[in-house]
Write a protein that binds this ligand. Structure first.
Ligand code: ZN
Length: 294
């Protein structure tokens, strides 16, 4: 299926109908512009995620929704994080978490309304946003049993020890493989080891385009496999809740007592991601499963 058209916004209606008929899986890619060192384009998170989805869909079938680059940032745990990054003007495309969460409800509703039977919602911007996306999917599933795999892209890496980072050897290599025009390691200025400059501590020589290819290969394999399994368990019929239904789900979502991970105070967030915390246990489990969907 390589070379096939998979980008929603570039399809003619007959191509879209055929793609959904053949493999009714929708990829929802998310990211956010934010500092990623002097050597990576600001949109690394979203572009990486989008290009991985495009490769997976070209090979395994399905459609990729338009990339959403407005994400949860500059709030909650993002504030102390940013303060440590040595990036005075961070060029972030942030959105309040309540708006992002409700947008995602509408994206899932659109998937059902357009005839998709399963969704892979993947974010390249992580550190808690992936957990919040799973909370959204879980509430949506109380209304519509649409199979949804919500994840951060690092969670489907099954190659060596890589498990994501921020503008370090993993992410830089991924973008280098996917969009070589958007990585320029010659832009890394001389600096002390470990000193954060524009939110990266990457040292020259640590990233590799070839390693990036291998990381991405493992991700596309896992996404294709995961998507097939989601479709196998899709119910015979999914009922579109309609725009009014989407609004009602949003209202319910915001009224629930959800612990939004990206909004945690720093102490609670540290506890959450510790080896004993919920997030830490989940992270460890994900790594043990070698990036495969649980
Ligand atoms: Zn990133």
């Amino acid at each position: 299926m390589s070379g096939r058209k998979v980008k929603w916004e570039e399809m003619f209606p007959d191509e879209m109908a055929q793609a959904i008929e053949e493999h009714p899986l929708l990829y929802l890619p998310y990211g956010m512009c934010e500092p990623h060192g002097h050597h990576n384009a600001l949109g690394l998170d979203g572009i990486k995620c989008y290009e991985i989805c495009v490769r997976a869909a070209q090979e395994g079938g399905g459609v990729v929704a338009p990339l959403n680059m407005w994400h949860i940032g500059e709030q909650g745990v993002g504030i102390p994080w940013l303060a440590r990054q040595n990036a005075p003007q961070p060029y972030i495309t942030a959105l309040g978490y309540e708006l992002f969460a409700q947008s995602m409800v509408w994206h899932l509703r659109a998937a059902v309304a357009r005839g998709f039977r399963a969704v892979i919602a993947m974010t390249g911007h992580y550190g808690g946003t992936e957990c919040d996306m799973r909370s959204v999917a879980s509430v949506f599933n109380d209304y519509v049993p649409l199979p949804v795999w919500a994840l951060a892209d690092w969670e489907c890496i099954g190659y060596r020890q890589y498990k994501g980072d921020h503008a370090g050897p993993c992410e830089t290599s991924q973008l280098w493989a996917l969009r070589p025009d958007l990585v320029d390691v010659s832009r890394i200025p001389p600096h002390e080891d470990g000193e954060r400059i524009f939110a990266s501590d990457l040292q020259p020589g640590q990233a590799s385009r070839l390693e990036g290819e291998r990381i991405v290969r493992s991700q596309t394999d896992n996404l294709i496999d995961g998507g097939n399994r989601l479709l196998e368990r899709a119910p015979a019929e999914l009922v579109d809740p309609g725009p009014e239904g989407a609004r009602a789900i949003c209202a319910d979502l915001m009224s629930r007592d959800i612990e939004w991970v990206y909004q945690m105070d720093p102490a609670r967030h540290r506890e959450y991601w510790s080896a004993e915390g919920e997030g830490g246990k989940h992270r460890q489990g994900t790594i043990e499963r070698n990036g495969r969907m649980g």
